[in-house]
Write a protein that binds this ligand. Structure first.
Ligand code: ADP
Length: 611
């Protein structure tokens, strides 16, 4: 039975992936709710039936009291069959409808809705650009992906579990009282109007309060995770206390926002208790007056009493459910700031894959200031011939990495263009562009998975032999074989720790190198590719690197003399512009910036800092 209900909706079902998800809460929820339409309809129908059955039970309880006042000998003869039908209904039909209603909500809607939400939200967010991620805390994004889906599920749950049920129940109660004596329904109507006003008062406050509270929680997670992921810096600079203060501000903010939420909750409770007193006294008192005037039977008084007591018990729950509904919607709308953010850097419609025929790279009038007025790159133009190997040299902050990142289209170029074999990088599909560019970085980051998975990231379908070949070339095979992680996994199966922190810089670099070797892309970018290696391993790896460069267009950011010396041409960058270019000898004879780097060389590196 469970499996039937659990499988009614497939949370991973195909859907139209949009770059511009709806921004308003309800249209967003509506879009994600599409696969659930039928289930929602059934949940609503069964909720209404359950509510009417409940009212029916109270009605028949009054009826039984009334027939008890007639002649006991005749009761069975007159009402026996109906009483049996009633018993069968209560024993079998009512539980069946109830179980279907509960199973639809507990087993179909709750788990699947949150799963669908989380899956789609993560898929959407993962498509955002590097720049988008850099503008937010990873912790905050993760928190939103984690807390929004269950909140959305809970909100939908309340719609059927409480709201539909309560509305149907109230309508049923009203019909029942009108049938008994229309005057009895007047206190119910007055109560309902006041109750609605109280509910409106609550809801208007709960939504924003809960959004503020949820926002505050996401900020705490953002700050805390930021400290944990950068724990080295925190310890290095003995900034533990400052970090605590930074987090405390955010934690205190969550307390304040939570206090606001709770004040609303208590005020609402006070209003509710007063209102319910009014309901009980109103309906039961009136029923007693009617009975005293012989206008109502004992059964009616009993049913009216049972009904108001039941309503009395229920109203707290309904209001709680309503405010929970709006609180959850508050969480969802906070999450939407991340989850429904449009994808800003998209492939153009019908983008073609990049076709590399020769490997000619042209940067034309490229400027990129990261959305500011200065910094980044200004008007950079350069061409790299097919198969040419060029070196980029310059002080840190000169714009070297920016140039490579723009070539990879991690950011949208602000002005100018980048062409590979005549095709603009912003017009070809992003995946095809990045698939054909290999990169080895100074700070090669590894995923917290096994070594094998990390290397195969370069080319998933590579065989084990190809993988080992690559690691041997990168001088990584031997040390990998000796690895063992905390859980006793060995060699290629050992896990590397978040961002590869359990390996030395040199080891990490060799693994990222192996990954690039395996990828074997026609364009190769090296960002201080051998900076973390000791000189012995470096000599070996340089050989591999030169082998790798064979037949490829290469851009290398370097300040190691031995790397620079191998380059066909060197571009010197400063303050976001190319200031000199030429071969090593040409540049030396110019006696410019490169010349001064060279004069101050030390320990195998040109000195880009002190001049
Ligand atoms: P290099 O690689 O030569 O050290 P970068 O390309 O990293 O230099 O940086 C060039 C300039 O762009 C610097 O002034 C830096 O502050 C700025 N910059 C780099 N990355 C970003 C970014 N993600 N957002 C804003 N500014 C950036």
């Amino acid at each position: 039975m469970f499996r039937f209900f659990e499988n009614l909706v497939d949370p991973y079902t195909k859907y139209q992936n949009t770059d511009m998800p709806p921004r308003t809460l309800f249209s967003f929820m509506w879009q994600y709710s599409q696969p659930f339409k039928k289930v929602f309809a059934w949940a609503a129908i069964t909720s209404v039936i359950v509510a009417f059955v409940e009212i029916g039970l109270i009605y028949y309880m009054g009826w039984i009291i009334d027939i008890l006042s007639s002649d006991p000998k005749k009761v069975w003869a007159q009402h026996g069959t109906f009483l049996i039908i009633l018993a069968v209904f209560i024993l079998f039909v009512r539980p069946t409808i109830h179980v279907i209603n509960v199973a639809l909500m507990n087993n179909t809607i709750l788990p699947n809705y949150a799963t669908l939400y989380r899956w789609r939200a993560h898929r959407h967010v993962l498509r955002q650009s590097v720049g988008w991620f850099e503008n937010d805390f990873a912790g905050r994004i993760a928190n939103r992906i984690m807390q929004t889906p269950p909140a959305a599920g809970e909100a939908v749950f309340q719609v059927f579990d409480a709201i539909t049920f309560a509305l149907a129940y109230l309508i049923g109660a009203w019909i029942m009282l009108v049938q008994a004596d229309w005057r009895l329904s007047i206190p119910l109507i007055i109560w309902f109007v006041l109750y609605s006003l109280l509910t409106r008062w609550t809801i208007q406050r709960v939504g924003p309060a809960s959004k503020a509270s949820s926002d505050a929680r996401s900020t705490v997670t953002g700050r805390v995770v930021d400290a944990y992921t950068n724990i080295h810096s925190v310890k290095m600079f003995a900034q533990g206390n400052a970090e605590l203060d930074y987090a405390k501000q955010a934690i205190e903010n969550t307390r304040k926002t939570f206090q606001t939420e709770m004040r609303i909750s208590t005020k609402q409770e006070i209003g509710l208790v007063l209102l319910n007193g009014l309901l009980v006294v109103g309906v039961v008192g009136w029923a007693l007056i009617l009975w005293a005037q012989a206008e109502a039977s004992v059964g009616i008084v009993a049913a009216a009493t049972a009904l108001t007591l039941r309503l009395n018990g229920m109203t707290g729950w309904i209001m709680w459910a309503l405010s929970s509904f709006f609180r959850q919607l508050g969480v969802v709308s906070e999450g939407l700031e991340t989850i429904s953010h449009p994808i800003e850097m998209t492939d153009i419609k019908n983008a073609k894959p990049l076709k590399i025929t020769n490997g000619l790279i042209e940067f034309k009038g490229l400027s990129h200031h990261y959305g500011r007025k200065s910094g980044g790159l200004s008007n950079v133009s350069l061409s790299i011939m097919p198969g040419e190997k060029i070196g980029l040299v310059g002080r840190s902050g000169a714009g070297k990495s920016t140039l490579l990142k723009l070539l990879l289209r991690f950011y949208e170029v602000e002005s100018g263009s980048i062409l590979i074999d005549g095709q603009s990088v912003s017009l070809v599909s992003q995946d095809s562009l990045r698939q054909q560019i290999g990169m080895v970085q100074q700070e090669g980051s590894l995923l917290h998975r096994s070594i094998k998975e990390n290397i195969l990231y370069g080319r998933e379908e590579a065989s084990r032999e190809e993988m080992i070949n690559a690691t041997k070339k990168a001088e990584a095979h031997n040390f990998i074989l000796k690895l063992i992680d905390m859980e006793g996994r060995l060699g290629y199966d050992a896990h590397v720790g978040e961002r590869g922190v359990k390996l030395s810089g040199g080891e990490r670099q060799r693994i990222t190198l192996a990954r690039a070797i395996l990828k074997n892309a026609p364009i190769l970018l090296l960002d201080e590719a051998t900076s973390a290696l000791d000189s012995e391993v470096e000599a070996e790896i340089q050989k591999t690197l030169y082998g790798m460069m064979e037949g490829k267009t290469v851009i290398a950011i370097a300040h190691r003399l031995s790397t620079i010396a191998q380059m066909d041409k060197i571009f010197v960058m400063d303050n976001g512009s190319i200031v000199e270019s030429g071969t090593h000898t040409e540049l030396l004879s110019k006696n410019g910036l490169y010349g001064s780097f060279w004069t101050h060389q030390s320990g195998g590196f040109i000195n880009i800092e002190k001049n």
